[in-house]
Design a protein around this ligand. Structure first.
Ligand code: AMP
Length: 190
C-alpha cells in the first residue's frame, strides 16, 4: 500500500536500487524507461512515439507517459505497493502521481534521491553504453539527458522536501554499498 520513489540523474543507479528495494519489500519495481524500451523493441505504436524522444535524450510527452504509468499501476502486482524509477520527471507528472496515489489508496512513503558527482555519472553512462548498447548512451545524448535532469527534474526534489518526504543519499560506491544506505534510510521511515 506504499509507494517509494527513486530519483536522481541518469547513471545514478536508480534502476539497480529500485530492483533491490522491490525485492526486499516484495513489491513491484516500475521503470518507465524500461517500459518505453520494451515498446520500442516490440515495435508498438507507443514505441514509435517514444523512440524519437528517447534517442534525442528528450522526455516523452507527459500525456503519453502518465497514461502509460496509470495502466501499469492498475496491474495486480502493484496492489501491495510499488517502487518507481524514472517517474516523476516533470511537475505535471508530480501532480498526476498525487492523483493516482489518492485514487488507488497508496501512500507516498519516501522519495530517495541519489547524489552522484557529474564525472562519475558520465563514467558510468559511458561504461553502460559499452555493455548494454543503449541508443541514448552516446556522448551528445548523455549531455542532453543530464541537462534536462538539472533543468526539469532536479527542481522537483524541493517539492518533496517541503512535504518532508525527501531522503538524499550518497549514491557513489558499489551498488551493494548504496543499497545498504537505502535500506537503512527506509528502515527509519517505516
Ligand atoms: P531511463 O531509463 O529512466 O533513463 O529513461 C530513458 C528515456 O525514457 C528517457 O531519457 C526519456 O526519453 C524516457 N522516459 C523515461 N521515463 C520518463 C518520464 N517519466 N517522462 C518522460 N520521459 C521518460
Amino acid at each position: 500500500m506504499t509507494c517509494i520513489l527513486i530519483m536522481g540523474p541518469p547513471g545514478s543507479g536508480k534502476g539497480t536500487q529500485a530492483g533491490d528495494i522491490a525485492a526486499r519489500h516484495g513489491v513491484a519495481a516500475i521503470s518507465t524507461g524500461d517500459i518505453f524500451r520494451a515498446h520500442v523493441d516490440a515495435d508498438t505504436p507507443l514505441g514509435h512515439t517514444a523512440r524519437e524522444y528517447m534517442e534525442a535524450g528528450e522526455y516523452v510527452p507527459d500525456s503519453v507517459t502518465i497514461d502509460m504509468l496509470r495502466d501499469r499501476v492498475d496491474r495486480p502486482d502493484c496492489e501491495h505497493g510499488f517502487v518507481l524509477d524514472g517517474f516523476p520527471r516533470t511537475i505535471a507528472q508530480v501532480g498526476a502521481l498525487d492523483e493516482l496515489l489518492a485514487a488507488t489508496g497508496h501512500e507516498l512513503r519516501a522519495v530517495i534521491a541519489l547524489d552522484v558527482e557529474r564525472s562519475e555519472l558520465v563514467d558510468r553512462l559511458v561504461r553502460r553504453a559499452a555493455t548494454e548498447g543503449r541508443a541514448d548512451d552516446t556522448e551528445d545524448v548523455i549531455r542532453r539527458r543530464l541537462e534536462l535532469y538539472a533543468d526539469e527534474t532536479d527542481p522537483l526534489l524541493a517539492e518533496y522536501e517541503s512535504r518532508d518526504a525527501l531522503v538524499r543519499l550518497d549514491g557513489s560506491g558499489t551498488p551493494a554499498e548504496v543499497a545498504e544506505r537505502v535500506a537503512e534510510a527506509l528502515a527509519v521511515r517505516a
